[in-house]
Design a protein around this ligand. Sequence first.
Ligand code: GRF
Length: 195
Amino acid sequence: MEPKFRPLRVAVMASGNGSNAENIARHASACGERLCVPVIICDRPDAFVIERAKKLGIPCEVIPRDGTKEAHEAKIAETLARHDIHVIFLAGYMRILSPAFIRAWPRRIINIHPSLLPAFPGRDGYGDAFRAGVPVSGVTLHYVDEGVDTGPVIAQKTFERRPDDTLETFRARGMELEYQLYREFIDTLVRSAAA
Ligand code: GRF
């Protein structure tokens, strides 16, 4: 029998380790059929996320950064269309998307950032916050707009810096909160799809 609803189809884009991508994919499949991750897109052929995707049984489309950014994004756009994607979750995707690409996906690109935005935007949120000695830091889930880490905030979680923290322990505590934020967001999407 045909399902009575169309599942929300989410593409995850990642460039590196892929722990967020794995968390998203596992939570999505635990949430039933209203939301699925039909593809992970990766721009680095040596990224560990490719191994994770294999283990998860999710197709991973590796689209290396050859040629111009425009040509690279055209390949990404073609991949998203081929997989009939509705929403993009950035999860450690390390290339800034062009304004043209972002405009094609209004409020449909979400990013996880490892700081309490607007504090510490950029590539190394944990490192920058840790070195600045902030007593409290956090993580931010936000829509992607044309600026760098400036889009509307969906949710944030905070954590305290402990006196004996190293950058590694500090980051590890933040990562757990990143996973929680994406899981909670998926829950919200699933609930609203069911309403
Ligand atoms: C995360 O800290 C994410 O917030 C940042 O890059 C890191 C990616 O980690 N943008 P992983 O690849 O998901 O393990």
